[in-house]
Design a protein. Sequence first.
Length: 277
Amino acid sequence: MKQILVASDFSTNASHALRYALSLAVRLNMEVAVVHAIHPTEGINNSTYNAIFIEDYYARKRAALQEWTDQVVQENKYNGLKVRTVVEVGYLRNVVTKYVEYTDVSFLVMGITGATGIKGIVGSNASMAVTKLRIPTLIVPPESNLSATPVITLATDYKTTKLSVRDVKALNRILKLSDPRKLEILHISEKELDDKLVRNGEKKMRQLLPNVEINFNYVDEDDTRPSHAIVDFVENNQTDILCLVKRNHNMIYRLFASSTVNEVLNRSVKAILVLHE
């Protein structure tokens, strides 16, 4: 069975991310795995270091993660869901990469502290996941809940936004949350809209998502500021899950890193799904 992987550092925000992942797993009939990475030097004291001591430290970490996970699961009444815990020594990036290599993981879910949006994850483990890991990553702001019928919006500029096979599968899976499956596509252009590009872009999206009802929306240079138009769209259509494609700081990523857009993400968007080309 496909898994949702949740990165935990035992924080309140990690608890929020796990709750979101549990509700997602129930809706999509998936399993959940909670992973914690022990820093290579964590628990080592040069004056007391020995194999027995360090193994005991790792055992206590494994027990702590299991207890923490069980508490969140029980508090939210997800006892019937299959949830496993994984503790490995290493940097989070390496631990997640190794786990994903041998396990059928559809999403990595991570919580964030403070402000939401792209700026809210800079300098955090979530930032590392977005920039270094090539796995669909759900960034979940504090107190975020999974809506009964979430509005899902994919931001694209057609020209530089490309979806990998893994990301198309992830997008199709997340779209199962809405019935019928429906996607809002927000095309953003810094130049005047190119009719041929638009036609080809719409055709390609329909081919990639053949059984999805797609609404195409457009923002171009005629708008006073593209970021303001984005804010208006996200607020007006009450987007719950905003999907972005990470590609070398392409225009979509840059626009959504603006302070104006982050302000609205703080207020309305409940999760950000970062895809990779």
